[in-house]
Design a protein around this ligand. Structure first.
Ligand code: AMP
Length: 211
């Protein structure tokens, strides 16, 4: 299964990607996570990306295309993968097509902007290991402490309200056209995000035609 997850920031791509990864036993490739790890480790990529990510802007295409090319060449991607957060622009989608990868489906998860803004305010992430939480939907066992490594839970800088607005704008302008792009290729399926994660999972399975 080679699958792309499309959707606004906060639509639940990451959560659904984890569920699908377990179901199909294939890795999730999240460009956002790769970039945030680079930020934490202060690598060259991290330093390059910081000014964009902090403002809610997209990192330049050539940088993310390079990251994806390298990652998809690794052995664990041979039987399939789930792309979470890539492609995000038409040039990125074209670059993926040039890598001669046969996609099975592109799943768009739809959530209204007002709902996204409300949801993003509850997101938290471990400053040490990057594990993600949500105050309402996926709370940590101990308040503000990571279940995995005891690190401190923080609000990602790009989850702050002004940056969320900018990310939504960028999504509508640059990423949403990909729905049409993949619809034209006959690959697009749509699932509507629900209030409860388990209900969204059902919608996603239905859209993908899996039980
Ligand atoms: P995400 O966690 O997927 O919302 O990504 C967080 C941030 O990483 C985005 O707001 C962008 O700045 C950057 N980013 C992640 N994936 C991409 C991509 N495919 N193209 C450009 N920038 C990206």
């Amino acid at each position: 299964m080679k699958l792309i997850l499309l959707g606004a920031p906060g639509a639940g791509k990451g959560t659904q990607a984890e569920v699908l990864s377990e179901k199909f036993d294939i890795p999730v490739i999240s460009t956002g996570e790769i970039i945030r790890n680079a930020l934490r480790q202060e690598t060259t990529l991290g330093k390059q990306a910081k000014e964009y990510i902090d403002k809610g802007l997209l990192v330049p295409d050539n940088v993310v295309i390079g990251i994806i090319q390298e990652r998809l060449n690794q052995d664990d991607c041979r039987n399939g993968f789930i792309l979470d957060g890539f492609p995000r622009t038409v040039p990125q989608a074209d670059a993926l097509a040039e890598m001669n990868i046969t996609l099975d489906k592109v799943l768009a998860i739809e959530v209204a902007d007002e709902k996204i803004v409300q949801r993003m305010s509850g997101r938290r992430q471990c400053a040490k290991c990057g594990a993600t939480y949500h105050l309402q939907y996926k709370p940590p066992v101990k308040e503000s402490i990571c279940n995995v490594c005891d690190g401190e839970l923080i609000v990602r800088k790009d989850d702050e309200p002004e940056t969320v607005q900018k990310r939504l704008e960028v999504y509508h302008e640059q990423t949403e056209p990909l729905k049409e792009y993949y619809k034209d290729k006959g690959l697009l399926v749509v699932a509507y995000g629900q209030e409860e994660i388990k209900d969204t999972i059902s919608e996603v399975f239905k859209a993908l035609g899996v039980g």
